[in-house]
Design a protein around this ligand. Sequence first.
Ligand SMILES: [Fe+2]
Ligand SMILES: [Fe+2]
Length: 344
Amino acid sequence: MHILLVASDRTHAIRFEQQLVRCGHVVTLASRAFEALDVLRAQQVQMLITDPQLTDMDTPDFVRIARKMGLAQYVYIMVLTTSHEQNTINALLAAGADDCMRITVDEVELSLRVRNAERVVSIDTRDEAIIAMAKLAESRDSSTGRHVERVRLYARELAQAMWEMGHYFGQIDANFVELIYRSAALHDLGKVAIPDAILLKPGKLTAPERQVMERHTTIGADSLASVSNTRTRCGFLTMGREIALSHHERWNGTGYPQQRSGEDIPLAARIVAVADVYDALTSIRPYKGAVAHQDALKMIVDASGEHFDPLVVEALAACERTIDQIHVREADPVESERLLADAA
Ligand SMILES: [Fe+2]
Ligand SMILES: [Fe+2]
């Protein structure tokens, strides 16, 4: 495993490095937080072990930034601690650390804990395979598979904004933000079972065709349920199942498939509902053109409290500039040409 070890104290760094190398790991050393963030950006690191006292940044801030970087792979974050103080440990875990370990740890405990981290990272690799399948399923009705990518980026941004605004306090934390980024990719997985004649139909669907199309929610949820009885990391498949089933429910109870309403709809699904509709509005589809960012925003704000959870809409309004940046950066090729032409 490739481990990034961040230690401002040279003695600790050398001791840990030697122990980890003896266990067969590849170790990159960094002495400051900013240097470590550069390594995370440039290299495929699977685990980050960090000193409790960094010279250039607060450790919880460092953990939070590392967690928010949106790296392609999951990085297991372990923080070394000098104290058993509960508040310190809670702050680190809330910031997104996976584990805390005493700095005086012996070699056996260190190798066992790193082995546990390896187990989590290998489950993550399996999660990535499931996400890749979801993207493949989506490529049937979109030539690029970018809808899935954009929806998960929007969902993460919305969750992050809600966390910062204190919405649904206690339900949203760093792990929730990370988890929704991964699970949102599964929202339309069930479309794999929808016949081409309906999925790719350029015109409006008839009522019976719409019924078949709506089944992508239950099909997706059922297939995720069938694999989630194996051991899974941090509820990735559980949240994926909730999102797949409920991302077309509406706040006022007029959605599908269960006509759930308000907070009875799982929070992650309420967030993905906004992300999914925003993307549908701002993308070109076989049967419609793209709506401009500001118009899409207005349509969603107008539907707050009817179609959408008002607090998710509030978060969208708060982070709309970032959402627009993602929309421009991740646009499908045809849409991207149009945005460039508009900007010229
Ligand atoms: Fe859907
Ligand atoms: Fe979708």
